[in-house]
Design a protein around this ligand. Structure first.
Ligand SMILES: Cc1ncc(COP(=O)(O)O)c(C=O)c1O
Length: 315
């Protein structure tokens, strides 16, 4: 295992969502990675423990990364850099390459933490790795983290996360570990750990924007950095992508809102809300049935809740 620093508050709780389980007819257990910290909440904190260990080890003064303007990963990186005294440069995708009309949600926290925000349009974002490499060579001692910290290093955060969950499962044998999937390392780490531990638990990534072929390619490229143990498997669905990344339907918002009323937890429409709407859809479809235990991995994303217009479902 690569070097790691401690950023996340671990282990995160693992708890049954009693009222949600009763309402949806399947036993739903929540892995609370929304509680990895406040500013550092979510799945990215786990990946950053490995990336920032490597950055410090390399003697970097600056960390450069990228994402959408409401990126949880960029927010978590900005907060972690503030904690560690590292300069943070963010390449942030906006529709027109200019600053967003409102400084809210994750972007507010990126700014409060002192990150240098460089806004780019989707065309420039397609060349993000090139742009970050250029910036790194002009800084000199920079550490570049790819989108979502989803590479062979970031993946270790979720290998460790699954080991953590395995200790919490006791005798429970879930019918699936359901989670929001986008840049791929969460799914990759979970699948790798499940295989290493010899557990027979389906790891199911619910795409929040990409077609399954693209998501699968991303996961494969992440796992290819380690020796692939035999029996490494994951399942993906893109049935709940709807209008695409960062677009949620009124039905999806309604499911996320209902789940908040039944759990007291926040589900943002870009990631966990959309994934939860997917889980609800699979229960309705009969993929999960009464008597099944299902783990919903809450990957965080709470701050983006504030960047959404919830008025259609507020009543
Ligand atoms: C809240 C949240 N959940 C899930 C994901 C998906 O994780 P991954 O990018 O590792 O697939 C992300 C980031 O993309 C995220 O910010």
């Amino acid at each position: 295992m690569p070097a790691r620093i401690s950023l996340a508050r671990l282990p995160t709780p693992f708890e049954r969502a009693e009222r949600l389980s009763e309402a949806w007819g399947v036993s739903i257990w929540v892995k609370r990675d929304d509680l990895t910290g406040f500013g550092l909440s979510g799945n990215k904190a786990r990946k950053l423990e490995f990336h920032l260990a490597a950055a410090l080890e390399s003697g970097a003064s600056t960390v450069i990364t990228c994402g959408a303007v409401q990126s949880n990963h960029c927010r978590a990186t900005a907060i972690a850099c503030a904690r560690l005294g590292l300069r943070c440069i963010l390449y942030l995708r906006t529709t027109d390459g200019g600053p967003p009309p409102e400084v809210t949600g994750n972007h507010l926290l990126q700014r409060l933490a002192g990150a240098e925000c460089r806004f780019i349009d989707p065309g420039a974002y397609a060349r993000r790795d090139e742009l970050m490499a250029e910036a790194a060579s002009s800084v000199g001692d920079a550490w570049v983290i790819p989108e979502g910290a989803s590479d062979g290093l970031g993946m270790w955060g979720f290998v460790m996360a699954m080991e953590e969950l395995a200790d919490q499962l006791g005798g429970l044998r879930p019918a699936g570990i359901w989670h929001a999937a986008s840049s791929g390392a969460t799914t990759a780490g979970l699948a790798l750990a499940v295989a290493r531990l010899g557990l027979e638990i389906p790891v199911i990534g619910c795409s929040v924007g990409e077609p399954v072929e693209e998501l699968d390619r991303r996961i494969r490229s992440v796992v290819s950095t380690v020796d692939e143990p035999s029996g490494l498997v994951w399942e993906l669905t893109d049935a709940y992508v709807g209008g695409g990344y960062g677009v949620a339907s009124e039905d999806q918002l309604a499911v996320a809102g209902e789940a908040t009323r039944l759990t007291g937890l926040l589900f943002d429409p870009t990631y966990t809300g959309k994934a939860l709407a997917g889980l609800y859809g699979e229960i309705r479809r009969g993929r999960f049935r009464t008597g099944d235990d299902v783990v919903f991995w809450h990957t965080g994303g709470g701050f983006a809740t504030f960047a959404w217009d919830w008025s259609p479902v507020l009543g």
